[in-house]
Design a protein around this ligand. Sequence first.
Ligand code: FES
Length: 280
Amino acid sequence: MWDYTEKVKDHFLNPRNVGEIEDPDGVGEVGSLACGDALRLFFKLGENKRIKDVKFKTFGCASAIASSSALTEIIKGKTLEEAEKVTNQDIAKYLGGLPEEKMHCSVMGREALQAAIANYRGQEIKKEEFEIICKCFGITDKEIERAIRENDLRTVEQVTYYTKAGGGCAQCHPKIEAIIEKVRKEMEKEAPPPKPEKRKFTNIQKIKLIEETLGREIIPALKADGGDLELIDIDGNKVYVALRGKCSFCPSSEVTLKQYVETKLREFVSEDIQVEEVRP
Ligand code: FES
């Protein structure tokens, strides 16, 4: 017996928006009865191009019914641009979570929505354009790649949970493994570089570093322009300074402090540094 949340049970026992729309603006159908899960989604737009009515018919398990019901509640009232941003994770989150083995139900909901929006826009999603990787369930490379990306999947078992691919004869497992490897390499390349770890200093180390940076990087540059700077005090990340020489009456002294002195101290000491001017 699956460990379903109360919300999953509620949407399974009392599914919202079940049925058909007679004259829909968009219809999407995914899955097949032969594979054990199928979902047909209909929507109708209102005057302001928001989804006014949405209905579904599904054949599947409790989580397929609950996911479809949740999807209809999530997208009602949304524009198509807003609706197409809904992910399978949003559906699972709305239900308070789904057992990982049942995540393919949330993926099926998202795919039906995409198919219905494509239908409204007159676009045809041709499965033939993609390679069918899992013949048992008719799952394409595109579907597997997308599930890996959107759900951060790492194993064939997870791909099966999220797409059903690989859940039959297992002949497609080597191909799924190859796709996982390819997509994860791409994801690593696309990931932003990790932020450098924040350096941790004792108070004494921080004061020394601020003094050194002022003496090495900042004061010589100010002096070269006829100005100067005096360190008055340091309190945590606040550095109190007084501008001297030409800098003390320069109209852009505020800019010098923030864009030059503070930026340099942040670069060499800590990104939390704040520089404050002490006026006589
Ligand atoms: S071809 Fe994928 S499980 Fe059979």
